[in-house]
Design a protein around this ligand. Sequence first.
Ligand SMILES: [Zn+2]
Ligand SMILES: [Zn+2]
Length: 355
Amino acid sequence: MLETPVFDVLVVGSGGGPDETNLSAYLLKLHNAQWEDGIVGLEAGSGQGALARLLRKDPCTITKPGSPGNAYNASEIYSFVRCFLLTHAHLDHINSLVVSAGSLCGARKRVYALKQTLEDLEIVFSDRIWPNLASWKEDDDAVKLLYSMLIPDGKYKTISPAISVRTMPLNHGTNALGQYNSAAFFVRHDTSHREFLFFGDVEPDSLALKPLTVNIWRVAAPKIPEILSTIFIECSWPSGRRDELLFGHLTPEHLVDELSALATEIVKYRQTTTQDEGKKRPFRKRQKRGSLSPDDMKDALAGVTIYVMHCKDDMNSGSERHIREVIVEQVRLIVEERGLGARILAAEQGACITI
Ligand SMILES: [Zn+2]
Ligand SMILES: [Zn+2]
């Protein structure tokens, strides 16, 4: 099933630290538009510095229309950003937004996020940690970022021409203040109604005080794979790390448990719709809720591509192989063992992913 792409996603950074040159940052545009027509900055861990480095390696990454040999520089590309979309305010997701606020060129930029995330940003932009370069006032200086709240109300909000997002809260562990949340975004191309799903940092539902990821899977299930076939999700740690040391993140085993939860929702949804359609395809056997067999789940995620991101760098490892490759292979093996049928890829820094 080859569909016309609707989105381009340039991976400026995809790590989860400590390498500060490769932190979560993705530039999103409509596939059939130019970069200068407007970009959504999806997370802002790395930014112009990482992009400048990528452009030095491959100067033709983003060329000016009509002049193939003439490439934009990193500052010019970031001037085309209309808004930033943030899952949470941990530094590995906002670092470049903070450091570059005040020197970003182009039109005033909105920062879309959940209320708590914007309030966390206010602590940073408070004239102490960093100058106050963001405000809630629509008529404030163009140099100031504009806080723009996303509400997890089940509705899609337009954040850029032809791009809307539905925001859902996620668990990202507990700390001294209690439950800490990040967010997941269903990003929709309004013309085709195609979507992709982008996760902030994720605590496994099996360890959370109150599971939240399953709500996202329930919303995603009916859309897969025709409307939604691309999911960006974290896997910070390699296999074998103890649950007490996850700090609100996933390992390959937990990630595939989450993907199995999605597969379960898909199978349940398809069974219900098959029933509704006059029992065209009878069940193999009558089953209670939640008692699906591995056979039922087989290939439930066929047609879905999972981009694994936010792998935490192992700076002490002398290994030639990057930890990301190790983690992605571990995820791929478990997905194959369970026969889920999803394609597992790494979100590689510098890649331009079409969706
Ligand atoms: Zn993170
Ligand atoms: Zn985080």
